[in-house]
Ligand binder design. Structure first.
Ligand SMILES: Nc1nc2c(ncn2[C@@H]2O[C@H](COP(=O)(O)OP(=O)(O)OP(=O)(O)O)[C@@H](O)[C@H]2O)c(=O)[nH]1
Length: 206
């Protein structure tokens, strides 16, 4: 695995550039995922993002790639602005938090509308495996491990995602794989229908 490195504004000559957009409910873990990938550190404090761009270099099949990653605001006040980031993007990371059923439903209700007109934009469905301490007497969460994995895969298929990945920013688990997958999908000459076909069985990376 090649470590990502923070990059300058523009891709150096000859280096391919890929735009990735992170979407998902406010607080579902987008910024933390990106910070662990870009800086290698989990941010301990929560500050809601408006719209921020990060540039990170990584290697795909031994060649340098310049990732432009847009971290978008999850709050509903920004629902109309968010799709403005889609047109020249290659990959959309649709994120939800496993401890929040609302964040799961909202991928479909809020993030996906606006996607249908973007034929070139390939969605990847990302599950953020946050761990929540159970309070005494609390009933099992409806999205517990045995159900949310299946639900996640089903949702991924229904929104036409080309892959389904699980990760934890806090545990630094599978974070690099998310962006590596995004870069590989974006740089492939294969179209969205190809990726959908080969991922019908969805490989879950944990
Ligand atoms: N346990 C756990 N908590 C996490 C993880 N990722 C994020 N969090 C926590 O979730 C909260 C929100 O995280 P952010 O990454 O800022 O969420 P966001 O989706 O960028 O939120 P907005 O900027 O409001 O859209 C913070 O308190 C994080 O510490 C994780 O992998 N595990």
């Amino acid at each position: 695995m090649t470590a990502a490195q923070a990059a300058g504004e523009e891709a150096p000559p000859g280096v391919r550039s890929v735009k990735v957009v992170l979407v998902g409910d406010g607080g579902c873990g987008k910024t933390s995922l990106l910070m662990v990938f870009a800086d290698g550190a989990f941010p301990e404090s929560y500050t809601p993002t408006v719209f921020e761009r990060y540039m990170v270099n990584l290697q795909v099949k031994g060649r340098p790639v310049h990732l432009h990653i847009w971290d978008t605001a999850g709050q509903d006040d920004y629902d109309r602005l968010r799709p403005l980031f889609y047109p020249d993007a290659s990959v959309l990371l649709l994120c939800f938090d496993v401890t929040s059923p609302n964040s799961f439903d909202n991928v479909f209700n809020r993030a996906v509308p606006g996607l249908s007109h973007q034929a070139r934009l390939m969605p990847i469905f990302i599950c953020s495996k946050k761990k929540k301490k159970k309070k005494p007497g609390e009933v099992a969460h409806p999205c517990n491990r045995s159900t949310w994995e299946a639900k996640g895969q089903e949702m991924a298929r229904s929104v036409g995602a080309v892959a389904y990945l699980e990760c934890s920013a806090r545990l630094h688990d599978n974070v690099h794989a998310v962006f590596q997958e995004a870069a590989e999908v974006a740089l492939s000459s294969r179209g969205r229908n190809f990726w959908r076909r080969i991922t019908q069985g969805f490989c879950v990376v944990t």
